[in-house]
Design a protein around this ligand. Structure first.
Ligand code: ZN
Length: 470
């Protein structure tokens, strides 16, 4: 009797040990990789500070965390590429997708600009997972493209679009970008939408079309874009016909989870980078919060599906954002609650006022208020008056030196706003500051520590059993 009990206990223990080993050995079935383009530590901090502020009341603590800052595992990534310590999105996204360094501007190829690197997305597809690539900028832009394309220049958008159609991936959602698929807009007149349909894609070019797609359909969605159709509008400029990232991720989960083997979903908050280039702090904050909401959708999904891995990182920092300047120990992100429009809208208004010969001081002061600069001081008015004069500057180099290549009026608006908030952007371009990575879920602990961006891909391959080799 006693002996029998001993044997039963032994068998139970063996079974438990096997189950435990199996559980430890399991690969995540659902993988989310969120990339905040240009998103460094300061960007994550300013958005979290605003979350802890109220209009008119500065944050005094950080009791409320961004979802991305509350993930259990914390790491840091170096982001240099083969060209520079200050890299671009093509090379850094290639590193995240392939585990290789390459030159700035190059996607999915080694430094010789010819040898293809294999991508984590390609390997996971081979293993049976569905692949979804999502961005709030056009889907052929560098970061999303690095997960499906191999090309020597990130600017060859029409060719990247052709590579997209010929990939066997399952879902592509971007903002704008119609010009690279529409036969009436493409230089070679090719109808990539028609081609996409013959390859089994359902094509959506509006919010309603996208939301009405059926589960299990292959998807190409170019959602209505901003003024230049290069991206979704900034979140603060969006209207009813626009989708936010959380809605896109939510619908994409429905579409991809028809596959019982799981999915790999890359989600880029690309316009964070554009706001940082333009030093538009208010737009950057609101777009950061948009990405964070989408991460919330992934976290809710993980609650129901424990075999999920969520990774959040940036491809590089952009703008060299400093939170406080001069001798003053303060930063006031709460001021940005009053910003109602982005620099893109300001530029449109200035352009139209200019064309109508109505670019008067009063009209621009009014525009400044609409932007969020309430109660202009005399010194601020003088700075704005000078910027109006500079709108007529024909010398491009001079505009570059004085305003980073951006339009004078909107740049001065942003500078005045940033000065009020006591923060400073050191650059209109990327920087060499490392980025923060956070992760949660199955295998997340492997991403901890100070690692290179190429290691993010190598670890991801090991954790997901993707089978990549270097
Ligand atoms: Zn950039």
């Amino acid at each position: 009797m006693f002996r029998k009990l001993k044997i039963s206990v032994f068998i139970v223990l063996v079974l438990l040990a096997t189950a435990l080993a199996y559980a430890q050995d399991k690969a995540p079935r659902y993988i989310f990789m969120f990339i905040g383009d240009g998103m460094g530590v300061a960007q994550r901090q300013i958005a979290e500070l605003q979350l802890n502020s109220k209009p008119g009341v500065a944050a005094t603590h950080q009791a409320t965390r961004l979802k991305m800052n509350s993930l259990k595992i914390l790491g840091m990534n170096t982001t240099y590429d083969s060209t520079s310590i200050v890299p671009d999105s093509a090379s850094t996204a290639t590193s995240l997708a392939s585990g290789y360094k390459t030159l700035s501007g190059v996607i999915g190829l080694k430094e010789d600009k010819a040898t293809k690197v294999s991508l984590i997305s390609e390997h996971l597809k081979k293993n049976g997972l569905s692949i979804g690539i999502i961005s709030d900028v056009k889907i052929v832009h560098a970061t999303p493209a690095a997960f499906y394309s191999h090309i020597d220049s990130r600017n060859k958008y029409d060719e990247i679009a052709s590579q997209l159609i010929n990939s066997d991936f399952d879902l592509f959602v971007g903002g704008g970008g119609d010009q690279h698929f529409n036969p009436l807009k493409r230089k070679d007149g090719q109808d990539l939408y028609a081609e996409a349909k013959t390859k089994g894609f359902a094509v959506a070019t509006s919010r309603d079309q996208f939301l009405s797609l059926k589960n299990g359909t292959k998807v190409l969605a170019n959602l209505p874009g901003d003024v230049n159709s290069e991206a979704l509008p900034y979140v603060m400029d969006r209207t009813q016909g626009d989708l936010n990232l959380d809605e896109i991720v939510s619908k994409s989960i429905d579409l991809l989870s028809a596959n019982p083997k799981g999915f790999f979903m890359v989600v880029e908050g690309g316009k964070i980078d554009w706001a940082c280039h333009a030093n538009d702090t208010g737009a950057a904050i609101v777009n950061m919060l948009d990405l964070d909401k989408a991460i919330g959708v992934a976290l809710a999904f993980k609650e129901k599906n424990p075999d999920t891995l969520i990774i959040v990182t940036g491809d590089h920092e952009c703008g060299g954002l400093g939170l406080s300047m001069g001798n003053t120990y303060r930063v006031n992100p709460e001021l940005f609650f009053s910003q109602k429009i982005s620099h893109e809208i300001v530029d449109e208004r200035v352009k139209s006022l200019s064309e109508k010969k109505e670019l008067t001081h009063e009209a621009v002061f009014k525009l400044a208020e609409e932007f969020g600069l309430i109660s202009l001081s005399e010194a601020e008015k003088t700075a704005i008056v000078n910027s109006i004069a500079d709108e007529q500057l024909a010398d491009k180099n001079r505009i570059k030196t004085l305003y980073g290549g951006y339009r004078p009026v909107s740049m001065v608006f942003k500078r005045l706003f940033n000065t009020r908030a006591n923060l400073y952007w050191t650059s209109y371009s990327h920087t060499g500051i490392p980025v923060m990575l956070t992760a949660e879920g199955m295998g997340a602990e492997k991403f901890a520590g100070y690692i290179d961006n190429t290691d993010v891909c190598k670890i991801l391959s090991r954790v997901t059993r993707a089978g990549m080799k270097w």
